[in-house]
Design a protein around this ligand. Structure first.
Ligand code: GDP
Ligand code: GDP
Length: 494
């Protein structure tokens, strides 16, 4: 099923200790293949692989499923390869993240290079932590190299597995061993939702599972997009300032600078404004940086403003960043910027662009974001004409409210009675009956479906249900997540 597999690499909100799922961390020096392994495990192809100097990946979270269990993976990130001075500090940081957050730690080394002193330092730190520890010797693409892997025993880590992340060798063995030491997932969402659903009627003893629901004083906005689409220009217009670009020492993790704006009694926090203004030195680096920044900003956001350049239309990178936004569970507003350049300010002699036509092009290029409203702006003109900014902010606030909306179980039951599932166009053999359904979480709205049998939802069924829910309840701008739970025979359990 397409949708749920794309959710495997859902990005987790930073600073959370998880939702009951066990966590394991991937650590190691740059270029040993951590991203490749991470991508292989989560099934996501989007994590950036490569060694462009000057790029620091921060932690990235993903989800892995193995033998009916799930776990979270933390990729603690890479460091600037040519900045030797920063390596010890960075290793210490990685190790700390791993030790604090993870139930098990996977240290990756490159089986085709010599052991280096940072490897020894890192191994020592990790062993001292007492957490279950695995040494993955990567890039063992051919069996002949297996003996080379043995050299890494010197690190003193007992559990050693030789793999090839790129070719997928021994990945199953690795997962078997890691899952063997991970604690069992207590499936909090489903269990709690079942309890809730078991209470007849409309009790608002709701299950508060997801971030952002309590005491939400403000909405956190992420401005994301490719280089040169106008992120900084929009930010400057929103905050009313034109500050210099903050240039941090390469490879250090700067403290993010947020700016809060008050808009019609609402507080909007634009996260990491230094990061939004940060530019890559080369085109390639700028492009990569924009994707990394997007991921990082999404982690901390409620609503993302995905900026598209009207003069270029939706590009492959826009689609990549949009894909992250979708998978992250954050709400999305698609902002088509530089509208002036394709209308009033057009210099190529062509007729002015029409919003309707442009919108349908955006929709067909970003199909998965069909729930995201689109606004057209000219950020560069926004200082003089505030309509652009109002459109962006009004939409962001509306979308933020939608994402926190809760449908009661009673409303849901009445809704279910009305829906004609025959219209879903699902083959008979794939049909499931929904016994009941409940909104287990907000932000993003997450529904637990209790079904009569244990089969995966057919894609068109899920799609149909999602559309029906949107028609009835809205949730503009927010993805909707489903969890399926086949009815348990309670009496048999006890
Ligand atoms: P990271 O910096 O640790 O995240 O490393 P990356 O995942 O970016 O990988 C660094 C380089 O090693 C990339 O060019 C990968 O294609 C390559 N690589 C990763 N895994 C393997 C592997 O199993 N075999 C080989 N031959 N190359 C690999
Ligand atoms: P960023 O890399 O996404 O932060 O993009 P910038 O904000 O640096 O903008 C890139 C270029 O596009 C700059 O030269 C801006 O002046 C220009 N630009 C941004 N927004 C608009 C707009 O709405 N209209 C026009 N004509 N130019 C714009």
């Amino acid at each position: 099923m397409k949708k749920s597999s794309s959710r495997k690499s859902r990005i987790k909100e930073s600073g959370q200790t998880g939702d009951g799922q066990p966590v394991f961390a991937i650590v190691g020096r740059p270029n040993v293949g951590k991203s490749t392994l991470f991508n292989r495990l989560t099934g996501s192809r989007r994590s950036i692989v490569g060694d462009e100097p000057g790029i620091t990946r921060d932690r990235i979270y993903g989800e892995v499923e193995w033998s009916g269990r799930t776990a979270r993976i933390v990729d603690t990130g890479g460091i600037v390869p040519d900045d030797e001075a920063l390596i010890p500090a960075e290793i210490f940081r990685q190790a700390q993240v791993a030790v604090q957050e993870a139930d098990a730690i996977v240290m990756v080394v490159d089986g085709r290079t010599e052991l280096a002193s940072p490897d020894l330092d890192l191994a020592r730190l990790l062993i001292r932590s007492g957490k279950p520890l695995f040494l993955v010797v990567n890039k063992i693409d051919v069996e002949a190299l297996d003996t080379a892997a043995e050299n890494f025993r010197r690190l003193g880590i007992k559990n050693l597995i030789a793999i090839s992340a790129e070719h997928g060798h021994n990945i199953g063995e690795l997962l078997d061993e890691v899952f063997a030491v991970l604690p069992f997932n207590d499936e909090p969402v489903e269990e709690a939702a079942e309890e809730e659903a078991a209470v007849e009627g409309d009790t608002q003893e709701a299950v508060h599972r997801t971030h952002g629901e309590y005491e939400q004083h403000e909405t956190r906005l992420a401005i994301i997009g490719r280089p040169n689409v106008g992120k900084s220009t929009l930010l400057n217009a929103l905050t009313g300032t034109t500050r210099a670009i903050v240039s941090p020492i390469a490879g250090t993790t700067r403290d993010a600078v947020d700016e809060v704006i008050d808009y019609q009694g609402q507080q909007l926090r634009i996260i990491d404004t230094a990061g939004i203004r940060r530019k890559g030195k080369t085109e390639l680096m700028a492009e990569k940086l924009s994707v990394i920044m997007a991921r990082r900003h999404l982690e901390a956001a409620d609503v993302s403003l995905l900026i598209i350049d009207a003069t270029e239309g939706v590009t492959a990178s826009d689609a990549t960043i949009g894909g992250y936004a979708h998978e992250s569970g954050r709400s999305v507003v698609i902002v088509v910027n530089k509208w002036d350049l394709v209308t009033t300010g057009r210099t190529d002699g062509k007729p002015p662009a029409e919003m309707k036509i442009f919108e349908s092009q955006v929709r067909s290029a970003l199909k998965y974001l069909d729930y995201a409203p689109i606004v057209f702006i000219s950020a560069a003109k926004a200082q003089k004409d505030s309509r652009s900014l109002n459109r962006v902010l009004d939409t962001a606030i509306r979308v933020a409210q939608e994402r926190r909306k809760r449908v009661t179980t009673g409303q849901m039951n009445r809704f279910l009675e009305r829906v004609d599932f025959q219209r879903a166009g699902v083959p008979l053999s794939k049909r499931v009956r929904i016994l009941y359904m409940t909104q287990a979480a907000v932000a993003p709205p997450t529904f637990v479906l209790f079904t009569d049998r244990d089969v995966k939802l057919h894609f068109s069924f899920e799609r149909f249900l999602e559309n029906q829910i949107r028609e009835a309840f809205g949730f503009e701008g927010s993805p909707i997540w489903f969890k399926v739970k086949a009815r348990k025979k309670k009496s048999a359990e006890k």
